[in-house]
Design a protein around this ligand. Structure first.
Ligand SMILES: [Zn+2]
Length: 68
């Protein structure tokens, strides 16, 4: 299980990226919302969608959930 976070700031395309706790692109504490512990990014992205309608997995740490 890993801890996952969603970036409070949207990307240029409007997506809020989901990151694992060990990602090099993990946003600073003030710029991220804790989602919980998940076995993969799938549950994390689903949870993030409850907060932000447009989310996407980070290409680096959550490539499985990176769709665009
Ligand atoms: Zn990441």
């Amino acid at each position: 299980m890993k801890k996952y976070y969603v970036n409070k700031n949207a990307q240029g395309n409007g997506d809020h990226e989901v990151h694992a706790e060990d990602c090099i692109y993990l946003p600073n504490t003030g710029n991220r919302t804790y989602l919980g512990e998940f076995s993969s990014c799938i549950g994390a992205v689903a949870t993030a969608k409850n907060i932000y309608p447009t989310t996407n997995g980070c290409k680096t740490c959550s490539n499985l959930c990176h769709t665009r």
